[in-house]
Design a protein around this ligand. Structure first.
Ligand code: UT7
Length: 343
C-alpha cells in the first residue's frame, strides 16, 4: 500500500527529483542598523580600554546600538522590507521565514512570527533558528532545503540581533566587540529545464561541537537561571579555533559545489575580528580585495553580520550577478558553517 504524502509535500522520489533541478536563488537583500552609534572613545569612558587597543586587536572603530524599546523584531522587519523591495517581491508571496537570532524579543513565541505578523503575512511558516554567530548560515541552509524539497517557494532568511542586551558592560574583554543590526535575503526557488540552474545556493556545510561550550556562552538561560545571562568568552582560544575551522569549512563548501578557491569572486565572512578575516583569507590564498570587511563600522553583530556585509557589497556594486560568493561564520556551541552561492 502506498502512503500519500501530506498535502503540500512531495513524495520521496518527487522531492529528490525537484532537489536536483531547483536552486534557491537570492532575489534581493536588505539590512538595517539602529541609529545610535557608539565609538571606541565612548567605550573608553565606560571601561578601561582605548581606541588604539580595540582597532589594533579587532579592527572595530564603531558599532550601532539599539534604542530603548527597539527590539530584534523591529530591526528584522526593517531589513526584511528592504530585502523584499530589492527583490521586487510582496510579503504575501513569502511562504517561509527563517530568522536567526540569539537575542529574541521574548522567550516565546519565535521572533520570526512577530516579523510575519508585521509584514502582513498570513500564510506559510515562520520560525527561529539558534546558532549564535553562525545563525545566518544555518538559517540559509534550512531555507535552501525547504525550497529544494518543495516545501516553500519564496523564503525570507533573516539574521537579526540586539546583542547589546546580553553584554556585560563592565567586561572590557567582550563589551567592546559587539553591535546590533539585521540583514535579510529573499530566496526564490529557481528552476532549470530539467537541470539545475547555474545560479543560486550551490552548497552549504554546517558543523557543531558541544565540547567547546565553555569557550563561548551566555552565563544564564531560561531553564537554568531564569535570566538571559551575559556573554562570556575566552577570546584567544576562540580565535585559534576560528581561523582553522573557517578555512576548513570553506574548503568543504567549495568541494561540495565542485569549485576551488580560484573560482571565488567574493568572500563574505562573519565579522568578528579583522585578524580572523585576514587569517582565513590568507589560508585560502585570496587577495584582500576579494574579502568584504564591515567589522570596522558594524563590529560583531552575531547572526546579522553576514547578511549586513552581503547587503553592503551588493548595494555598492562590488558583488554582481553571477559572482561566486562564499559566506562563512563561526560562533558559540561551537557552531560553524559555510555557504557557496552564485549570485
Ligand atoms: O563571533 C564569535 C566568535 N568570536 C570571535 O571570533 C572572537 C575571537 N577572539 C578575538 O577576537 C580576540 O581574542 C579578542 C579581540 C577577543 C582579544 O584579542 P587578543 O589579542 O586575543 O587579546 P587577549 O585576550 O590575549 O588580551 C591581551 C591583553 C590582556 O592583558 P594582559 O593579560 O596582556 O595584561 C587583556 O586583559 O589585552 C587586555 N584586554 C584589553 N585591553 C584593553 C582585553 N580586552 C581589552 C580591552 N581593552 N577591551
Amino acid at each position: 500500500m502506498s502512503i500519500r504524502p501530506p498535502a503540500g509535500m512531495l513524495d520521496a522520489a518527487a522531492a529528490q527529483a525537484r532537489a536536483s533541478t531547483v536552486r534557491s536563488q537570492i532575489a534581493g537583500c536588505g539590512s538595517y542598523l539602529p541609529e545610535r552609534m557608539v565609538t571606541n572613545h565612548d567605550l573608553a569612558k565606560l571601561v578601561d580600554t582605548s581606541d588604539e587597543w580595540i582597532v589594533e586587536r579587532t579592527g572595530i572603530r564603531v558599532r550601532h546600538v539599539a534604542a530603548e524599546g527597539e527590539f530584534t523584531s523591529h530591526l528584522a522587519v526593517k531589513a526584511s522590507e528592504r530585502a523584499l523591495a530589492a527583490a521586487g517581491t510582496k510579503a504575501d508571496a513569502v511562504d517561509l521565514i527563517v530568522l536567526a537570532t540569539t537575542t529574541p524579543d521574548e522567550t516565546f513565541p519565535a521572533t520570526a512570527t512577530r516579523v510575519q505578523e508585521r509584514l502582513g503575512m498570513t500564510r506559510g511558516v515562520a520560525f527561529d533558528v539558534q546558532a549564535v554567530c553562525s545563525g545566518f548560515i544555518f538559517a540559509l541552509a534550512v531555507a535552501d532545503n525547504f525550497l529544494r524539497l518543495g516545501q516553500a517557494e519564496t523564503a525570507l532568511v533573516i539574521g537579526a540581533e540586539t546583542f547589546s542586551r546580553i553584554l556585560d558592560w563592565q567586561d572590557r574583554s567582550t563589551c567592546v566587540l559587539f553591535g546590533d543590526g539585521a540583514g535579510a535575503v529573499v530566496l526564490k526557488a529557481g528552476r532549470g529545464n530539467g537541470l539545475p540552474t547555474d545560479r543560486g545556493v550551490l552548497s552549504t556545510r554546517l558543523h557543531s561541537d558541544g565540547r567547546q561550550h565553555d569557550l563561548l556562552y551566555a552565563s544564564g538561560g531560561v531553564s537554568s537561571t531564569k535570566t538571559a545571562g551575559v556573554v562570556r568568552m575566552d577570546g584567544p582560544k576562540v580565535f585559534k579555533h576560528a581561523v582553522e575551522k573557517l578555512s576548513a569549512v570553506v574548503e568543504e563548501g567549495l568541494t561540495g559545489a565542485g569549485l576551488t578557491s580560484a573560482d571565488i569572486d567574493w568572500v563574505v565572512p562573519h565579522q568578528a575580528n579583522r585578524r580572523i578575516i585576514d587569517g582565513v583569507g590568507k589560508k585560502l590564498g585570496l587577495p584582500g580585495e576579494r574579502v568584504v570587511v564591515t567589522v570596522d563600522h558594524h563590529a560583531n553583530t552575531s547572526a546579522a553580520s553576514v547578511p549586513l556585509a552581503l547587503t553592503e557589497a551588493v548595494g555598492d556594486g562590488r558583488i554582481k550577478p553571477n559572482d561566486v560568493v562564499v559566506m562563512e561564520a563561526m560562533g558559540g556551541g561551537f557552531t560553524w558553517g559555510a555557504a557557496v552561492v552564485r549570485m
